[in-house]
Design a binder for this molecule. Structure first.
Ligand code: GDP
Length: 579
């Protein structure tokens, strides 16, 4: 955008709407998710991702791109769309029953060949009960006899290509659906789709987009009302002045309702920032509550009203129930990465993912909402304990610039993504990097174990430097290894400065090989011990190991050393009487 352009509807104030997919088994929910994801996720990866991640994020740009053929300039006020990956209404009920829910809008998938099936009706009832808007995807249109595939095309364009018979069959099935559903007495947005060949997918996305334009999702501050929260009142009555308890990051938040607000029921009368005030509101209804202290309320958790007969302490405990599963994922050792997501639902999904055996990343702390300085501070505690854990894994959140700066200064890594699975790759690469770095740092202190035997006539130079032809009897000879002679009171004769094998320099040689080694003195104050005087051809040369060198070796080179070589370390350890 040009710098002199008028300020846009600020995206910062809006969060991404969350969409879930429901419908009867085999209607194509999973396939539809895959299809929607198609362009967003790299080929080949898509299949693997489905099973692992909790939600897929579609940035506004992506949706704009995919709907451009519809020539509807999709001005998006929201930063994107979050689609929950777990299809089925189990996930919807679980997440939704908490209260102010995870999903803002649903896609109800209906198989055009089967029409209304039991779970479809159940889903419909659930959606109505929870007052959730939804779009019907009338899926598998490609199964209509004689369907001509128009890959990823808008549905009207695809329909035009079809024969009269196909069109007739389509109308017949749609009408049937309509008649069967007459008792609901409502009109729905229905989009014919094919999850296999992609017809109608642009229309589906555009409908979602239109919905978000009409339902701006304020995150928090509403002018004149201070901090507010959006809740869905599932049952009961709320009054102005009610004492409520909500789940907060630092524990339960007890506060009093200052204002109960709803949007104007007629969409055309909705103006941003104007709300209807209520003295009381009955379920089920989507409402905005203004009250003090809600800054740290956690989206996706339940809200409790304290009644006259209720024990406040009981309610406080109940309010934190939703967080229990999340808090139980925090490692007891206190060592682990810091995890951040937009709301509770995605946070749970992310924690679930990190816990899975294939990933297995320990978590020491969690946060909800944008990454702030305080989150960086919390993550930085790990710098002392375990550097690789001084990391924030963030999903679908913004990083505040000050927090970014602080993280850079302190050396806290922030990984942020819209695809949960990518966090694992980023984190793994980060750990591998740190390991390599550590190895390089440790190279001087690590001593590989070896036992060498001087070859007959193997002495080429007796001192400064000592040059000897040797057989590697055991272990690994490496440039840099300090060498001593156990038989001669453990005298140190210097470090290996270079190794030659068949007249070419090498860094390393192993058991059974013959090499020439050059040993230089390590202490410039002291004369180097001399071959032929301080030790002879009959003496074995052995790596000088120490407690420290063993620890460094264990910490950084565990995978580079064979079992036999570890046994040699143990043997040398007792030879040197190391505890
Ligand atoms: P879910 O159980 O509702 O998630 O359904 P799936 O996504 O697993 O799909 C059930 C079956 O229907 C699979 O064999 C899919 O390949 C197939 N299917 C899904 N969508 C379509 C579609 O649009 N057209 C056709 N022909 N088959 C589909």
């Amino acid at each position: 955008p040009r710098s002199d352009a008028p300020p846009q509807e600020t995206e910062e104030n809006l969060r991404s709407p969350i969409c879930c997919i429901m419908g009867h088994v085999d209607t194509g929910k999973t396939k539809l998710l895959d299809c929607i994801r198609g362009t967003n996720v790299q080929e080949g990866e898509a299949g693997g991702i489905t099973q692992r991640i909790g939600a897929t994020y579609f940035p506004a740009d992506n949706i704009r791109e995919r709907t451009k053929e519809l020539k509807a300039d999709a001005k998006l006020k929201v930063p994107g769309l979050l689609v929950v990956d777990t299809p089925g209404h189990e996930s919807f009920t679980n997440l939704r029953s908490r209260g102010s829910g995870l999903c803002d809008i649903a896609i109800l998938v209906v198989d055009i060949m089967h029409g209304l099936e039991p779970q479809t009706i159940e889903s419909l009832n659930l959606l109505k009960m929870r007052n959730t808007e939804f779009i019907v995807a009338l899926n598998k249109v490609d199964r209509l006899y004689g369907w001509k595939v128009c890959r990823n095309s808008p549905i009207q364009k695809a329909m035009k290509q079809q024969s009269k018979d196909v069109k007739n069959e389509f109308s017949m099935r749609l009408t049937q659906l309509y008649y069967n559903n007459r008792e609901m007495g409502e009109t729905f947005s229905i989009v014919p789709t094919s999850a296999i060949s992609g017809e109608g997918i642009p229309d589906l996305l555009l409908l979602l987009v239109h919905w978000t334009q009409n339902n701006v999702l304020e995150v928090k501050v509403v002018e004149g009302h201070g901090t507010t929260i959006d809740v869905v009142l599932v049952n009961g009555v709320l009054h102005e002045g009610d004492q409520i308890v909500v789940c907060g990051m630092q524990g339960p938040i007890v506060t009093t309702i200052r204002a109960l607000l709803t949007q104007h029921p007629m969409k055309e009368l909705r103006v941003k920032g104007t709300y209807l005030h209520h003295k009381q509101i009955k379920a089920a209804q989507g409402i905005k509550i203004a009250a003090q202290g809600l800054e740290h309320a956690i989206a996706g958790t339940g809200l409790y009203v304290v009644g006259a007969d209720d024990e406040l302490e009981d309610i406080k405990e109940a309010s934190m129930e939703d967080m229990k599963s999340v808090l139980s994922r925090i490692d007891k050792s206190g060592e682990g990465v810091y995890v951040q997501a937009s709301t509770l639902g995605p946070l749970e999904a992310l924690l679930e993912f990190l816990k899975s055996p294939a990933v297995n990343i320990a978590v020491s702390g969690i946060g909800i909402g944008p990454v702030h300085k305080k989150d960086v501070m919390k993550a930085s505690v790990m710098l002392e304990k375990k550097k690789e854990y001084a990391t924030i894994l963030a999903f679908d959140v913004k990083v505040n610039p000050e927090a970014r700066e602080l993280a850079d200064d302190m050396g806290v890594k922030i990984f942020i993504t819209d695809v949960i699975y990518h966090l694992f790759d980023q984190f793994k690469a980060h750990i591998d990097n740190l390991k390599e770095e550590k190895k390089r740092e440790a190279a001087d202190e690590a001593v590989f174990p070896c036992v060498l035997k001087i070859q007959p006539k193997g002495s080429f130079n007796n001192k400064d430097p000592i040059i000897l032809g040797v057989d590697v009897l055991e272990g690994i000879v490496k440039v840099g290894t300090p060498i001593c002679i156990p038989q001669r009171d453990f005298i140190d004769i210097g470090r290996i400065a270079s190794i030659q094998k068949n007249r070419s320099p090498v860094d390393i040689a192993r058991k059974g090989q013959e090499v020439a080694i050059m040993i230089v003195g390590t202490n410039p104050e002291e004369k180097q011990k001399m071959h032929g005087r301080h030790f002879g051809d009959e003496d074995e040369l052995v790596s000088r190991i120490s407690r420290k060198s063993i620890d460094v070796l264990k910490a950084n080179y565990r995978d580079d050393i064979s079992l036999e070589e570890w046994k040699l370390v143990a043997k040398l350890k007792s030879l040197f009487k190391i505890q």
